[in-house]
Design a binder for this molecule. Structure first.
Ligand code: FES
Ligand SMILES: [Fe+2]
Length: 454
């Protein structure tokens, strides 16, 4: 069966059915490595991670290890972390500052632009036979968007500013990267953990699955909140305690991009005042400067959204195609989490997460956000372990090839897709809860999988 025929039989995003095979079939996984991870612009970090010349962090593009670094001239390079001699990694550290990299196997060395510098005993063992200019580390194409570093292996890929549609740019700039209120700064270090399940199970979860949060998976979190509240104890998780009090009809899911451009799915966009009220309640115990800062933010965003009929205040979660998860936690006190879902074979992935805080926020908010990470979206918190358990059980229940043709169900608010294009919020909008963003994710994924080679 041709790939086109096969995918058309597996993915019916119009009716909200996607067969389990897309998460388990190793043949599709191999195609995906080429059509998704070799083609897309992938987020590999933030400029704050590599502020000074020589600063580097290691990361992955799909399953390919890369070094993200600031060169001597201030450019950002993304180099494949793979020696040109016989394929060993040349950088063995998570992050640091370096003048170059030397391979641990036979000692070939490279500078910060990836150019090969030399080999041990070069004159004796190679004479003049080593063609060093052809033996540098492979470069990915690099572009940045307000500090977020993207890279792609596809030299024919659209320019990043085209890959990100105007609506996607609007959301990333204003609500993810907080540019109107001074932008973000790093809380340094990755938080990483392994999880069962195809990487797309994590991506679709962040794109639009708010249903699992309050219906079942994360009721443990709300139970802890309730119990602590009854005892008069406060934790950083309190920020979410007010989110269930949103006015009906004011909370939306939306997908920006998608029509031929990479989709950004955002879940639980609040347009009423419940988020501000909830933040103010916590700010009351953090101090007046926090209340003042929240009011300053509110005024700034009122001006920014003055022309919009529905005025977004913040969001809970999101997914920039293909594998960048986002957490906004429906609060301005939580910090902003960025999560990469790196594929590790067809039915495993790794979370690589970092957190940022608004640069102009009072220090007490930055400390609060750092604590909030550990209480919540963290393997030591009350959110991430419950998600990982679901993934393990999905793999256990559905990895047998005899089950692959049975479809998974993405039909929530299906009937509203056709009416959802909205002029009053950037993107295409459906009332929350929905599985609209998941349907858009699979629509785009399938089209990318079917694109002919350039
Ligand atoms: S593999 Fe790197 S020097 Fe041999
Ligand atoms: Fe979850």
């Amino acid at each position: 069966m041709s790939l086109r025929h096969e995918l058309r039989s597996l993915v019916n995003y119009q009716d909200g059915y996607v067969a389990a095979a897309v998460h388990f079939d190793p043949d599709l996984y191999r195609v995906e490595a080429e059509k998704v991870f070799n083609r897309s612009w992938l987020v590999v970090g933030h400029e704050g991670m590599v502020a000074k010349p020589g600063d580097f962090v290691t990361n992955y593009m799909g399953e390919v290890p890369v070094i993200v670094l600031r060169s001597r001239t201030g450019d950002i390079n993304v180099l494949v972390n793979r020696c040109s001699h016989r394929g060993n990694q040349v950088c063995l550290f998570d992050r640091g500052n370096a003048r170059g990299f030397a391979c641990s196997y036979h000692g070939w060395s490279y500078d910060l632009d990836g150019a090969m510098q030399g080999a041990p005993y070069e004159d004796i063992v190679y004479g003049d036979t080593l063609d060093k200019p052809s033996l540098g580390l492979k470069h990915a194409r690099v572009a940045t968007f307000h500090g977020l570093i993207f890279a792609t292996f596809d030299e024919h890929a659209l320019a990043l500013e085209e890959w990100l549609s105007p609506d996607v740019q609007w959301w990333l700039k204003n609500f993810v990267l907080s540019v109107p209120v001074g932008g973000l700064e790093m809380l340094h270090g990755w938080h990483r953990y392994a999880s069962s399940g195809n990487w797309k199970l994590a991506s679709e979860n962040f794109a639009g699955d708010n249903y699992h949060v309050w219906a079942s998976t994360h009721v443990a979190m709300t139970a802890v909140q309730r119990d602590f509240a009854e005892r008069g104890l406060h934790t950083p998780l309190d920020i979410n305690a007010g989110s269930s009090q949103a006015t009906p009809g004011t909370v939306f899911d939306l997908t920006a991009g998608a029509e031929g451009r990479a989709p950004l799915g955002i879940g639980v966009v609040a347009t009423d005042d419940s988020m501000h009220t909830s933040d103010l309640r916590v700010a009351g115990r953090l101090g007046k400067e926090v209340v003042d800062w929240l009011e300053y933010r509110r005024r700034t965003y009122q001006e920014l959204t003055a022309e919009l009929v529905r005025k977004p205040k913040g969001f809970w979660h999101g997914l920039m195609y293909p594998n960048l998860g986002l957490m906004g936690f429906a609060s301005h006190l939580s910090g902003r989490h960025f999560l990469l879902f790196h594929p590790r074979g067809v039915d495993d992935h790794e979370f690589w997460q970092w957190t940022m805080v608004e640069r102009e926020a009072p220090d007490v908010v930055k400390e609060f956000a750092a604590e909030h990470v550990i209480f919540g979206q963290h393997m030591a918190g009350v959110v991430a372990p419950d998600d990982v358990e679901n993934m393990e059980r999905i793999v256990d229940a559905s990895h047998a090839p005899t089950t692959w043709r049975s479809p998974f169900h993405y039909r929530l608010k299906l009937g509203l897709d056709a009416q959802s294009t909205s002029a009053d919020l950037p993107g295409t909008v459906v009332p929350n809860p929905s599985e609209f963003n998941q349907r858009r994710f699979y629509q785009y994924w399938m089209n990318e999988m079917l694109k002919e080679d350039a």
